[in-house]
Ligand binder design. Structure first.
Ligand code: NAD
Ligand code: UDP
Length: 315
């Protein structure tokens, strides 16, 4: 049994990761300030003696004797990370410094939840890990993109200078049950709009693309990455390479929900990436042939069921 710290553990991905780690018999400490989540996702684990919730902001130092750290604390939805951009940068950068300092002190292995956003609006397509990216350093997404890029730099430098055992994964768009109703990302927005019979809001012409990964596939990739040998640090892309336009996504969701919602078009936010698709050759090679197993329709069905239930509970 390991003692594992998950920052951002009350969030969408974090709650799935905590659940998986608990199911494998580990002791889990979840550190979260509930900025973009609620206790509801971790309440089911509260009765488990191996689970501990600490309400704490990662921009302040935290100490605990742990074997491993998964560093997920950071709002991930553009709507949430743009509410307080300075705080978003502080969370990525100071959070990384505090968690790397802790890893160094207690000799823990530490994994950084980085993002495909480090590639910005990519010119290389699909994106491979050796691509340096195309990020606007002063645009509205920069608080997130540059914060995450700086965190990657901190991770690599703590590894090279202080021999901290690090792992960096670059997560591509991930969806699934337990996203917040007001999260603002595209999959949850479209599903909720379809279920409520409201207009489906496509930003821009809907021809921009994303590649959507179901959360269980990501969690499997994260655990495999944490278990690789100390010489492999990444970064490694973790995502589902099947690419869809937002228009295609809206049409699939309308079909699966049987909704009569209309599609409407709204302005495209500044610096919205036009395309995104992971090359996952490195993940396959290094993570014991890891690859996504849940395809879009199956993952969307499970997510639709979750939101349908959640919305009915609110009535
Ligand atoms: P989320 O917003 O649901 O979860 C983030 C969690 O971090 C929340 O519980 C939030 O309260 C917590 N948090 C935020 N600031 C904090 C702070 N200062 N101190 C402590 N806790 C704080 O988002 P998510 O989709 O679960 O994303 C989790 C991680 O994965 C993030 O680091 C995100 O950048 C990364 N990621 C996610 C995606 C995706 O598509 N979901 C893609 C790329 C990267
Ligand atoms: N998007 C959209 N309608 C929405 C929410 C998002 O058309 O209601 C678009 C958004 O402009 C982007 C894509 O969907 O092109 C993915 O957006 P999301 O916020 O989910 O993630 P990210 O842009 O960070 O990949």
């Amino acid at each position: 049994m390991k003692r594992i710290l998950v920052t951002g553990g009350a969030g969408f991905i974090g709650s799935h990761l905590c659940e998986r780690l608990l199911n494998e018999g580990n002791e889990v400490i979840c550190v979260d300030n509930l900025f973009s989540s609620s206790k509801s996702k971790i309440i089911p684990f509260m009765g488990n003696p191996n689970f501990e919730f600490v309400r704490q902001d990662v921009t302040f130092p935290y100490f605990a004797e742990v074997d491993e750290i998964f560093n997920l604390a950071c709002p991930a939805s553009p709507v949430n990370y743009q509410v307080n951009p300075i705080k978003t940068i502080k969370t990525s950068v100071m959070g990384a410094i505090n968690m790397l300092g802790l890893a160094k002190r207690v000799n823990a292995k530490i994994l950084q939840a980085s993002t495909s956003e480090v590639y910005g609006d990519p010119i290389v397509h699909p994106q491979t890990e050796d691509y340096w990216g195309h990020v606007n350093p002063i645009g509205i997404r920069s608080c997130y993109d540059e914060g995450k890029r700086c965190a990657e730099s901190l991770f690599i430098n703590y590894h090279q200078q202080n021999s901290v055992k690090i792992k960096i994964i670059r997560i591509f768009n991930t969806y699934g049950p337990r996203m917040e109703l007001n999260d603002g990302r595209v999959v949850s927005n479209f599903i909720i709009q379809a279920l409520k019979g409201e207009d489906i809001t496509i930003y821009g012409d809907g021809l921009q693309s994303r590649s959507f990964q179901y959360v269980d596939d990501l969690v499997e990739g994260m655990i495999r990455m944490m278990n690789t040998g100390d010489d492999f640090t990444g970064p490694v892309n973790i995502g589902n390479p099947l690419e869809f336009t937002m228009l295609e996504l809206a049409e699939v969701i309308l079909k699966l929900t049987g909704s009569k919602s209309k599609i409407i078009y709204q302005p495209l936010p500044q610096d919205d990436p036009t395309q995104r698709q992971p090359n996952i050759d490195l993940a396959k090679e290094k993570l014991n042939n890891w690859q996504p197993t849940v395809q879009l329709k199956e993952g969307l069905q499970k997510t639709i069921e979750y939101f349908d239930k959640t919305l009915k509970q609110q009535l």
